[in-house]
Design a protein. Sequence first.
Length: 230
Amino acid sequence: MILRKKKTEASSETELDDDVIDEAEGADEADEADEIEIDPSEKSAPADREENGPFDETEANPIRPYIDLGGVKILPREGLNLRLEVEESSKRIVAVGLDYADSTLQVQPFAAPRGRGLWHETRDQIRDQIDKQGGTTHDVDGPFGRELMASVPVAAQGDSSKTRDARFIGVDGPRWFLRGVVAGAGAREGEAADKIDDLFRSIVVVRGGQAMPPRDLIPLKMPEQPGQAT
């Protein structure tokens, strides 16, 4: 596993980062999900989340060799490269980037109310932002619940017709919300998407007992190096 750091100008829950959304050629169209009235405060998570993830710290297997990044723990696997994205102004780590299966998965853990979900409202905000940028979006039903598939414009030498595919996923857990942005092969159906889904499932969120306003980023940190004192 390779660990790299990347600097970014700013971060927010609905920010789109061109470096995070890798180029993906030949977009495959997906069928739009049927229009269903959804309570924006309703939690969204797989029915088997507690058994198969993404996990709360209290649900994770304690003997697995996780990489401790503070707000999340990542399970190492062959072919996985890890990047920490650092906000330039504050020098804080604002996201974890995982390069795997010809794809990029960016993850961010946020504090959330105990009895209220954030994903439905967040998905609407992401959709509005992409629409304002001239992109296209549609909801689909995926393995984690409702997902947002997007075609995002990319400014490249004045060619406004160029786009990149992105897949936005989110899971509401106990007092936390985990958001993922998938780019590359995993943004479309197929083996790469299945591998990214399995990677997202394996993530452990460490909410901690500290009081935090909803939507605040749960603090992330550099992993300890071998031999480093705890």
